[in-house]
Design a protein around this ligand. Structure first.
Ligand code: ZN
Ligand code: ZN
Ligand code: ZN
Length: 124
């Protein structure tokens, strides 16, 4: 059940990404936003694939908290919890450091997400 909800969440995020991409390519986004959105993400072209520093969320391990899913910072290897977790440490790490790209740290998942451009990349 939990797995299905996660897949649905991922699917919806992906659909939203495709829709934005479509509108961007059609030039239908408002002019003010278009400059920002038209810039294709370059971060996802230069993945660093940093090795994870911890096995679980670094901050939650210190405080004894739990998490739902894990995200790995592609720049420095920081492991943080996802936005479905109460502490949202992965997003917090982006705001604190500006490291733009996270990847999923869930077994079998091969996708990356850029916070700056809100773009997602997936490998089979
Ligand atoms: Zn980017
Ligand atoms: Zn980082
Ligand atoms: Zn956490």
């Amino acid at each position: 059940m939990k797995q299905t909800r996660r897949q649905l969440w991922f699917f919806l995020r992906y659909v939203a990404y495709r829709i934005r991409k479509f509108f961007r390519e059609m030039g239908l986004l408002p002019a003010a936003r278009r400059t920002e959105m038209a810039r294709l993400c370059s971060h996802l072209d230069e993945l660093k694939e940093a090795s994870p520093k911890t096995d679980g969320c670094e901050e939650c391990l210190k405080t004894g908290d739990t998490w739902v899913h894990l995200r790995l910072c592609d720049t420095c290897g920081h492991v943080g919890c996802c936005d479905s977790s109460k502490n949202k440490h992965a997003t917090g790490h982006f705001h604190a450091t500006g490291h733009p790209v996270i990847r999923s740290f869930q077994p079998g998942e091969r996708w990356w997400y850029c916070y700056v451009d809100e773009e997602m990349a997936e490998l089979d």
